[in-house]
Design a binder for this molecule. Structure first.
Ligand code: ATP
Ligand code: MG
Ligand code: MG
Length: 380
């Protein structure tokens, strides 16, 4: 049997491992933690840092092909492995996604519009910022996720304060845009250039963290959906990307579509594909890595995904300390996925609930019932 390697031991790695094992592959996970969601289900776990050359050498020795589940894995680690084994996505692609300034330049080069922005790496650039970008969001160029490393600023003075609060690391100031909705599109591309995509996904964020994904996107007309799909394919093509890529969009009040950012891996907003499509985003990642054919995914069920954050394990006084799984699973078309994390923390991604139905209305109605049982907001 062939062996696939994964850098990173989080839930995305775990679901990748499950998909790989179903196709008959062995998996080795490299992660610095002794216990991790993916390390716990892989055939082998190498406990090592991402820059540990001995750990990387062992991974390369024992794997036929290697991927990453962790967006911020040092690109140099992928570069090192690529000298020895098939690696997808490539270090160069991941490097683009890891730096907002570089990423935005890529979008522009690919002819896909993104939010008006300015790069801030020096006092000179700070002073030169066009005030028309305010109010805006100052985002660290690197390492941010789930809205971390972001500060909303209204004035030039607030911008200066925010940049010192962010320790004056390289940042991007983005104009705060009026959003009608947030969308994302997942594509998968093979080393041979074969390119497939899922339908557009509509995402609701709460406090900067994905909360709900609905597919089909309830509010999105066909022309906007087609525009998003074409843009995501274009972005992947322009990167010569190999693997699963998620492109996030803002759909603006004035009807324009702009790209927000991308993730070089399966994405939280694609978790519905595990139950609502004939091939999951994790299987496509396995296929792309292993050089297997990439079928054009077909959505067979209307789907809603509810993210299950650690907050559910900390209910208001008097509430049950274990979420009401058996009541939720009594609802039609509910599919529970828990990541096996040992400890719940507020805001931590512990699992997700997929709801599938014949019609979007039915999926939505069951999702609202499930949300009510779990004590989640019914604001979708
Ligand atoms: P992720 O976990 O998706 O990687 P992230 O930390 O990289 O998140 P972004 O996607 O840049 O963060 O922003 C998080 C959320 O903040 C967005 O989904 C959106 O709701 C809001 N947001 C970000 N930028 C803007 C903007 N320019 N205008 C309006 N809202 C924005
Ligand atoms: Mg991000
Ligand atoms: Mg995002």
């Amino acid at each position: 049997t062939a062996t696939l390697g994964v850098l990173g031991g989080g839930q995305l790695g775990r679901m990748f491992v499950h998909a790989a094992q179903a196709l008959g592959y062995r998996c080795i996970v490299l992660d610095p933690d002794a216990i991790s969601p993916a390390g716990a289900v892989a055939e082998q776990h190498i406990q090592a840092g991402y820059l540990d050359s001995l750990g990387l050498a062992r991974l390369a020795r024992d794997c036929d092909a290697i991927t990453t589940e962790f967006e911020n894995v040092p690109a140099v680690a992928l570069q090192t492995l690529a000298g020895m084994r098939v690696v997808a996505p490539a270090a160069a692609s991941v490097a683009v996604c890891q730096d907002r300034a570089v990423e935005k330049a890529h979008f522009e080069a690919a002819g896909v519009p993104c939010a008006p922005h300015a790069v801030i790496t020096s006092d000179v650039e700070l002073a030169a910022v066009n005030p028309a970008l305010l109010p805006g969001i100052l985002k660290t160029s690197r390492m941010g996720y789930d809205g971390k490393g972001q500060v909303r600023v209204r004035t030039v003075a607030e911008l200066a304060t925010a940049w010192s609060d962010l320790k004056r690391v390289p940042c991007v100031l983005e104009q705060l845009l009026p959003l009608k909705a947030e969308l994302s599109v997942l594509v998968a591309r093979g080393a041979d250039g074969q390119l497939v995509n899922y339908p557009v996904q509509q995402n609701l964020h709460r406090d900067g963290i994905l909360a709900v994904t609905e597919v089909p996107a309830p509010d999105v007309p066909a022309d906007v959906a087609a525009q998003a799909v074409a843009a995501a394919r274009q972005v992947a093509q322009a990167l010569n990307y190999v693997g699963v890529l998620c492109v996030e969009f803002f759909w603006l009040d004035d009807g324009r579509l702009v790209v927000n950012e991308m993730a070089p891996r399966p994405h939280n907003s694609g978790h519905w594909t595990m139950n609502g499509a004939n091939v999951s985003q994790f299987e496509l990642q396995v296929r792309a890595l292993a050089g297997l054919p990439l079928p054009m995914p077909r959505q067979h069920s209307a789907s809603v995904m509810l993210n299950l954050l650690g907050d559910l394990w900390f209910p208001p006084a008097g509430g049950p300390t274990t979420p009401a799984w058996s009541q939720v699973l009594a609802l039609p078309g509910t599919h529970l996925h828990l990541y096996g994390k040992s400890e719940a923390r507020p805001g931590r991604k512990m699992g997700h609930l997929n709801i599938t139905a014949e019609t979007p209305e039915a999926a939505h109605a069951v999702a609202l019932q499930a949300a009510a049982l779990l004590g989640l907001p019914g604001d979708f």
